[in-house]
Design a binder for this molecule. Structure first.
Ligand SMILES: [Zn+2]
Length: 67
């Protein structure tokens, strides 16, 4: 009996699109002035006071935005 077909199950390829998306996003995202990591979101707590995510460094809202 040669009925056991060793077909690989594609269970580990689900991270590929995520990596591509992260890499593409990192190129268009501004860098944190404190740690240099790409800033995904700037949370504004008060006027002139913001927090970069995901690194968590304090930044000035609007200073990282690119047009
Ligand atoms: Zn930072």
């Amino acid at each position: 009996m040669t009925d056991d077909d060793p077909s690989p199950e594609s269970a580990d390829v689900t991270t590929a699109p995520v990596d591509e998306r992260a890499a593409a996003a990192a190129q268009s995202l501004p860098d944190c002035p404190r740690c240099g990591r790409p800033v995904w979101v700037v949370t504004v707590a008060e006027p002139g006071v913001g927090t970069a995510s995901p690194c968590g460094c304090p930044v000035v809202p609007g200073s990282l935005e690119r047009e």
